[in-house]
Every structure is written in structure tokens, then in C-alpha cells.
Design a protein around this ligand. Sequence first.
Ligand code: SAH
Ligand code: SF4
Ligand code: F3S
Length: 448
Amino acid sequence: MKPAKKLYVKTYGCQMNVYDSGKMVDLLAPLGYATVDTPGDADMVILNTCHIREKAEEKVFSDLGRIKDAKKDGAIIAVAGCVAQAEGDAIIQRAPFVDIVLGPQTYHRLPEMVARAERARQEKLGKRFRLVDTDFPVEAKFDFLPEATGPQGASAYVSIQEGCDRFCTFCVVPYTRGAEYSRPAKAIIEEAKNLADKGVKEIYLLGQNVNAYHGEGLSGQSEWRLAKLIEQLAQDLPQIERIRYITSHPKDMTQDLIDAHRDIPALMPYLHLPVQSGSNKTLDQMNRQHTREFYFNIIDKLRAARSDLALSSDFIVGFPGETEQDFQDTMDLVAQVRYAQAYSFKYSIRPGTPAGAYEDQIPESVKEERLARLQALIVQLQFEFNQSKVGQTVSALFERTGKKPGQLIGKTPFLQSVYVEANQEVMGTIQSVHVTDGFANSLAGVIV
Ligand code: SAH
Ligand code: SF4
Ligand code: F3S
């Protein structure tokens, strides 16, 4: 057998990129590539990049510099993902040792590009071979993606929707991922079944705006919404004990989906529903297309449908024009919703987005100070939420080992990490855990 060629993949950004990286690995397996953990001795390096904030982008270029120094002679370097889409040729100008630049909608063509790059290496072309492919091709890339072949963990991602038509004024995603596209239900159910057959117990349905899902239904039925898709998955695949979806937009939180949280036991009682700001003025300037009252109303309906639902959100502080009062409105919203978890970011100017050109940008020091206050509140609420589970028995899906010997880490339905002492046999299984302690970021418990 030919020795395997070594492939190093580094993934930045969101779950969609994690999913895409997995698909790229599956696509390159037939060419003889197997993954390794370090770039130093790799025959090929892929950086699957994120463009969402300036820091994410800068990280890619600093990592590229490091890889240039560490890489093996002749290794093929590819930059994929959202920075690739946004920057295209400019990446090669900044980092001339990069061979391949490919956007998120073209990675099904990666094997062909790699084969061409390998040939160019063999023929020792005087000029270095370079390929840039950042089209949004008409053909749906999903039709060209292989089934997952390698071993799967207990939890897996399935991309069901990609792209976004909402154009929030701060966000690059509509430009890097393109227009919204929903995969047909049939393809999604087949992919989920393949994962279930490999022992997967939990799936995350992924989309940039996942609750806007409107794919073709089974046997030529008209478009299905997300609630119907989840219902079908739960019915066809009882082995999948846990279903989650991410990321949702409040405007697409329709009643059928809210009802699904009441009616479908496999649908986990945890929802990431980003609101970004608690100020109506800021929400308007962000083009979020709803008010804080609208958001509160959705939360009330969700909690009426499923009283133990845990909520999480994303927040941006220091959006252009944000006053102390606007920020206080955000703090107030957070305190009212009592999130189980939340992510918060300083506003970052992104090239080509409307808000980047807004006047009254907020000074960095103000952003930092507001972020610190918001995060202190979030940490407090997170701690209180974790504390509220102490003394209860919850289910946990075990996926990782802890740092201490004999320690395993499970995930509760509410996406909390719970530490227990147990032997390896429980890995990949769902167990009942009695929660004995709650901390800021995790729980401790014993399997019952
Ligand atoms: N589709 C998701 C968000 C995807 S981006 C949604 O609609 O909520 C993930 C998060 O990054 C966003 O929720 C937002 O909080 C943050 N983000 C996006 N653009 C940003 C920017 N320019 N500066 C700071 N944070 C940003
Ligand atoms: Fe970005 Fe807004 Fe689309 Fe989310 S809904 S991906 S924040 S444009
Ligand atoms: Fe980043 Fe692209 Fe995801 S910009 S957050 S990797 S969609």
C-alpha cells in the first residue's frame, strides 16, 4: 500500500466551518490523504477560515506566516472558507506561498484542484502553481459531497441550510456564504441515517439562518419548514436521541417551530436565539427587523411551550451610535431573559458592510468597558443557571475525557458540561446523572 499523504486542517469560526472541514477531509481521502495533528510534516495544509471579526481574519494571516516557516518543502497550502471568499486573490498577494484559495461554495472541487497542484509539483513548473476559485457555482455543491466514511463521535453536524438573505448591517456572512439555500429533506434524512448507522446519538442541524429552512419535502411535497423536518427525523431515526439546531433568527421563530419544542421529545430544551442588542434604536440600525418587545414575546411563547427551555444569545457591544442608555437596554434584556449562556463581542468594522461606514463609531476603550460589564452579568447568570440544576437528575451524553484520570465529561440537554468519575465504557452513551455541584462553566455529578 502506498504510504498515506499527510493532511493538516485547521478550522476557524463557526460550526458550519467544522462541518465543511470534515467534508474536505472525506473528499481528500480517496486521493490518499489522512489527517495529522501538526502542520510541520504535512504534505498538504488547509486553513478553513473565518471572516466574521477582524481578529479572526488577522489570526489566519499570522498562522499562515508560522506555517510558511514550519512547512515541509513542497507542501501544498490551501486557504478555504470565508476569508478566502472575501479576499480571493489578495490572499496570494499577501502570502505568495499559498497555492489554492477556495471559497465555501467550491470545496467539492478541491480534489481536482489538489490533483492539479500535485501534478504541477511533479512537473516542477518554473512558476509556482496557483489556483483561486471563489465562484458561487450554479450547481449545488451538496450533490457532490461524499458520505461520512470515518468513525463518528456520538454527536455530529448536518448542514441543512446555508447562506443568508438578512443582511444585518454589521455582518459579512451574506457576502461570504452567499444567498440562502435549503437542502432537500431527502438528502438531509439520508445523511442523518448514515450517521445514526455509525452510532451517532445527537445531531446538530446547521444553517446560518437555520430556522428559515424551507427545503423540498419528501417525495416531491412542497417546501418543508424546519419543524416538519425535525418531526420527520425524530420519527424515522429513533436512534438519534437528541436533535438540536443552530443558528436561528428571531424573525423566523414561527409557531410550528415553537410547538415542536413542546411536542418532540428528541428536540433538546436549549435554544441559541441571538438578539445582538436590547435597544430598539440599535436593533433598527443593525437591520435586525424586529424590536425588543417582539423578542420578549417569542421568548414568552417558547417558555409557554417548554418551561425548562434554556436560552442563549449573541451580543454585540459598541455598535456605531450605541449610547450608555442603549447599552443599559441590552443589560436589562439580558437580566430579564436570564440566559443560561451567551456570547458577546465588541463590534468590529467589516469591509463592505453598511455599518462599517456609519459615523459615530464607538472608541475601543468604551467597547472594552461595556463588554466587561456585560460579560460579568452573563457569567453571573450562567452560574445561577448551573446552580439551579444542583440536586436534580439530568441526562448526559458522554463524549470527552477530563484532565483527571477516570474523569469523563458529558453534555446535559441544556448544553452544560458535567464532570463525573466513570469508566470508559460510558463513552458515547447517554446516562442519568445526579448533579452534585454547579460552577460558572460546568457541573459536577455522579452517574445513577
Ligand atoms: N447567523 C447568526 C450569526 C452568525 S455570526 C445570527 O443571525 O445571529 C455569529 C455572531 O458573530 C453574531 O451573532 C454576532 O453576534 C457576531 N458578529 C457578527 N458580525 C460581527 C461584527 N462585525 N462585529 C462583532 N461581532 C459580530
Ligand atoms: Fe449575519 Fe444577520 Fe445573516 Fe445572522 S442573520 S448571518 S447576523 S446577516
Ligand atoms: Fe466565520 Fe464564515 Fe462562519 S465568517 S462565523 S466561518 S460563516
